[in-house]
Ligand binder design. Structure first.
Ligand SMILES: CCCCCCCCCCCCCC(=O)CC(=O)SCCNC(=O)CCNC(=O)[C@H](O)C(C)(C)COP(=O)(O)OP(=O)(O)OC[C@H]1O[C@@H](n2cnc3c(N)ncnc32)[C@H](O)[C@@H]1OP(=O)(O)O
Ligand SMILES: NC(=O)C1=CN([C@@H]2O[C@H](COP(=O)(O)OP(=O)(O)OC[C@H]3O[C@@H](n4cnc5c(N)ncnc54)[C@H](O)[C@@H]3O)[C@@H](O)[C@H]2O)C=CC1
Length: 310
């Protein structure tokens, strides 16, 4: 191991040039994604604090994580209830859930933001955390669609800011997109990539452009799916069946839209439409807007393009 890498691995976070492997993680937002990121970080030995707005929300997140873990352990430790319970207890033992973001970042090596897909709310959060977090703390957003640089401007730590874009459901999806902005230091990028691998994911790197890789390619597919249904060319159900049986997708587009959350989808599409109003891909979708107006966000509310047992 070269001299520099020895410093690289052993060095304490005493200067911007050195970093320690990420051990303590704070996740802001305990919804679909934040709870999943917390789960995979805690189950891989990281000390995790998850923050949301109310105790009721974090209690729900705790229950959701336990439910997911109970599914994971059935496959991980078949016919071994003791090992199953130990895995769940160990994971939950690494998790703290609370509602105070400022205290939650005081000893964080990494803060991952997974709150609502709204730039102003993200900026406000990061500006507050930038004042509260230690100098060495790395910030990352799990945003689906907002350029990381547009979020990072709210802080004074562009060199310690990046994107960690996980996929839903986090315990099952093997990918995380690691995004850097021009200011992201090499040490920060390496720390983010190492964290992605440490939680069991395959990392890919991409530029800080709209939708990174996967979402940028999902847009034409999912937008055209809705247009196809709105034109009456096929039903949502048949479009889903067709893509699962004809293209081998695990979910059809409408199942996926309901799974992701129509509120999030609308935030994404509205944001891209605002930034590129003439792009035909980003034109508003009538059926999507109608469902969101009726608070039908998909699986998370029990009804979207389809209805679900809550
Ligand atoms: C109007 C249109 C506008 C478009 C605008 C722009 C759109 C751009 C895209 C926006 C996307 C935004 C989201 C984002 O940023 C990125 C994403 O995350 S995209 C989504 C990526 N994810 C997928 O594509 C998921 C595809 N689906 C699947 O992989 C599978 O269906 C899934 C794994 C979810 C479920 O598996 P399946 O076999 O289909 O069925 P089961 O439910 O029976 O599960 C089988 C098995 O798997 C385990 N398991 C499943 N879920 C979990 C979980 N949450 N936790 C733990 N374990 C889980 C479990 O063992 C299951 O077995 P059981 O016996 O049922 O327990
Ligand atoms: N849903 C999906 O499939 C994916 C979503 N993402 C991104 O992850 C982020 C979160 O998305 P979801 O988990 O789906 O949303 P969600 O709606 O399930 O969860 C968001 C959570 O953030 C909390 N929150 C909002 N403002 C907050 C604040 N100021 N402080 C603390 N908590 C706050 C909410 O109470 C809610 O629990 C978004 O940026 C989204 O684009 C990324 C990949 C996949």
């Amino acid at each position: 191991m070269s001299f520099s890498s020895k410093i690289f691995v052993r060095g304490l976070a005493t200067s911007a040039k050195q970093w320690s492997p990420i051990k303590t993680v704070t996740i802001i937002g305990s919804g679909l994604m934040g709870s999943g990121i917390a789960q995979v970080a805690a189950s891989t030995g990281h000390k995790v604090t998850v923050v949301d707005q109310t105790q009721d929300i974090v209690d729900k997140a705790s229950a959701s994580i336990k439910k997911s873990l109970s599914r994971v352990v059935k496959k991980k430790f078949p016919d071994d209830p003791k090992a199953q319970q130990t895995y769940i207890a160990d994971t939950m033992g690494h998790l703290t859930l609370q509602t105070d973001a400022v205290s939650a970042v005081k000893s964080a090596d990494l803060v991952v933001e997974a709150i609502v897909e709204n730039l102003d709310v993200k900026r406000k959060l990061f500006a507050t955390l930038d004042e509260a977090a230690p100098q060495h703390t790395v910030f990352a957003s799990n945003t689906s669609s907002i350029p990381i640089k547009d979020i990072a401007v709210a802080t004074k730590r562009g060199d310690r800011f990046g994107g960690l874009h996980f996929f839903n459901p986090v315990p099952m999806m093997k990918l995380v997109e690691v995004i850097r902005i021009p200011e992201t230091s090499e040490e920060t990028y390496n720390a983010l990539e190492a964290f992605g691998k440490a939680v069991g994911k395959k990392t890919v790197q991409c530029k800080d452009e709209k939708g990174f890789i996967v979402n940028r390619l999902l847009v034409p597919y999912m937008v055209e799916s809705i247009r196809l249904a709105e034109r009456g060319d096929a039903s949502t159900r048949d479009i889903d069946v067709a893509m699962k049986l004809g293209a081998g997708y695990p979910m059809g587009p409408f199942e996926l839209l309901d799974y992701v959350g129509l509120d999030t989808i609308k935030f994404i599409l509205d944001g891209w439409h605002e930034s590129d109003p003439t792009n035909p891909l980003f034109q508003p979708c009538e059926s999507l807007n109608k469902l969101v107006k009726e608070n039908k966000f998909g699986m998370k509310t029990g009804e979207g393009f389809y209805s679900y047992d809550k």
